[in-house]
Every structure is written in C-alpha cells, then in structure tokens.
Design a protein around this ligand. Structure first.
Ligand code: APR
Length: 278
C-alpha cells in the first residue's frame, strides 16, 4: 500500500543509470522490437480480463500539442521546476509562477483531446471495472468524457485560496487571466489564489492515493501510458501492480524507468497504439 509522501522527481537522481535501460528485455517482456505482437498480446488480455487500471502521464497529451516535462521539447528542459513548481517558488515570486501557469492554461485551452484520450474515455464508459489514474493536470481526459478519473496531481483549472478563508478548490477556466488579476486574488478574503496542482515536495491527497492504491491492488491488467515513471508516488503504482500479480504493460515511444519491470513493452505513441487495442 502506497502512503502519500511528497511529490518526488527521481529522474535527476537516476540520470546516470538511464544509459543501461534502453533496449533491454524486461522480466517476461515480449521483445520490444515486435510492436505488432505486443499490441496483439495486450489486446487479447483486454478481451479476456475484466479489472483494468491505467496510469497516464504527459505523453498522452503530447499529440494534442501539450508539451511533456522531460521528453525532447519538455518543459523542464527550458524551465527550472524548482523556480516554478514548488511552494517556495510561489512564495518568492507568485506573479512569475502565475505567468507560467497562465501560459500553460492558454496552451491547453487551445488543445483538443486526441485518439488516446478518446479510447481511454470509451474504456471508462464500457468497462465496469476500469480506473484511470492520471498525473496530468490538463483536464483533457475529462474533456474526452472519461469517468472515474483519479487526478493525482490536481488540476490546472482549479485555484485555492492561500489566505485566511482557505476556500477552494474552485474551478477557474479564464485563459488568459485578465492582466489586472495576475496573480489572481481570492474574492472572499483578497489573499493570493494558487493553482490547484500538487507541487514538488507537497503531499498528494491521501484519499486519491488510497483509491489509486485500491485500483492497483485489485486490477488484473495495469497499463502505464506516456509517463517517464520518474515521479513518485505515481510511478510506485507500476511496481505495486506487478507485485500484486497483475500483468503490466507500458506504452511509450521511449524506454522509461519502469521498462525493466513491465511484462509487455509497446514502443509506440499512445494516439497510434490505443486505437489498435480494440
Ligand atoms: N505517446 C506516449 N508517450 C509519449 C508520447 C506519445 N505520443 N510522447 C512522449 N511520450 C513519453 C515520453 O517518452 C516520456 O517518457 O511520455 C513521457 C513523458 O514523461 P514526462 O515528461 O516525465 O511526464 P510525466 O511522466 O507525466 O511527469 C510526471 O512530473 O513534472 C511532474 O507533476 C509533473 O505530472 C508530472 C510528473
């Protein structure tokens, strides 16, 4: 059972090991080079098994034009997460942080869900024992009509009051934010509002982590899609699913921190692979 420690990015710690991951044959893996066989194997499992849990990351929204964090062109390649996605950064310069989130909100507002979002939405409507655990804050899963979404890292479309009234989270879909309300302020007490996302070092909502853990413990098939599996506790669910005997599949054009522990590794783009899973 995963408890709710703070958001931790291990990619910086593990960068040295990365060179060893690419191209390996993980435990029980079909050769990653044989994408068609891997897709057929996963499609057959999805027909046979009932309880399915999916974990998604930024790669699922890449085809919608939303940048990832660590891949090529990823946000953390040009912006320093420690100056934009921590409580300390917000305390130091809330205007800078909000200018960055306002930029991302405008980008996401202009984006549309892609075929990967639509297939997952369909699964959530037609498979009774289906759960989606997402790290994404962009709301594209919800816009595609996905039901029972467990949002580990919150939503970029929610705000919370940082002042005495501590009100929120409230939905705030203004994109762009009006210049005279950047950084935005609480209508109740006038204090700063903050984005409703989980920043590095902050704890996740224990109720959401507990629900995600249950869905991980109970599933027969666990699919990790479009995540570098470098951020915990989210990446921990992949290992937990495997430890609980689920068949674990990964869909990602590149190797990840989890590639060595999955049963089926599909080297492909989510928007191209998911429609082929039937
Ligand atoms: N289809 C599938 N996967 C893709 C695609 C695609 N079209 N394009 C890129 N990817 C993969 C990349 O190869 C990479 O492994 O998506 C992954 C994105 O990884 P990250 O950028 O690290 O994003 P994510 O894993 O979601 O980050 C986790 O870190 O920055 C924090 O809170 C933020 O929720 C985020 C968390």
């Amino acid at each position: 059972m995963i408890d709710a420690p703070g958001l931790l990015d291990v990619s910086r710690l593990l960068a040295v090991r990365e060179s060893g991951v690419a191209g390996n044959l993980g435990a029980g893996n079909v050769d990653v080079g044989n994408v068609d066989a891997s897709i057929a194997r996963l499609a057959a499992l999805l027909k046979e098994k009932r309880r399915v849990t999916v974990l998604t990351g930024a790669g699922v929204s890449a085809a919608s034009g939303v940048p990832t964090f660590r891949g090529s062109g990823g946000l953390w390649r040009s912006f320093d997460p420690m100056t934009l996605a921590t409580p300390q950064a917000f305390a130091k310069d809330p205007k800078l942080v909000w200018e960055w989130y306002d930029w991302r909100r405008q980008l996401i507002a202009a984006a549309q869900p892609n075929p990967a979002h639509h297939v997952i939405a369909e699964w959530s409507r037609t498979r009774p024992d289906f759960t989606l655990i997402t790290q994404n804050v962009d709301g594209l899963h919800e816009r595609a009509g996905t039901e029972r979404v467990l949002r580990l890292h919150g939503s970029i479309w929610e705000v919370r009051c940082t002042g005495t009234c501590r009100s929120g989270p409230h939905v705030d879909e203004r994109a762009p934010l009006p210049p005279d309300d950047l950084p935005p302020r609480c209508a109740g007490c006038g204090a700063l509002l903050r984005p409703g996302v989980v920043w590095f070092g902050e704890s996740l909502d224990p109720a959401i982590v507990a629900a995600a853990s249950r869905a991980t413990e109970q599933c027969e098939v666990f699919i990790t899609i479009g995540t570098s599996a470098a951020v915990y506790p989210a990446a921990g669910f992949i290992h937990e699913a495997r430890a609980n005997g689920a068949t674990v599949a990964e869909i990602n054009p590149d190797a990840t921190e989890a590639s060595g522990v999955v049963d089926i590794s599909i080297r492909g783009k989510a928007e191209e692979v998911l429609p082929r899973l039937g």
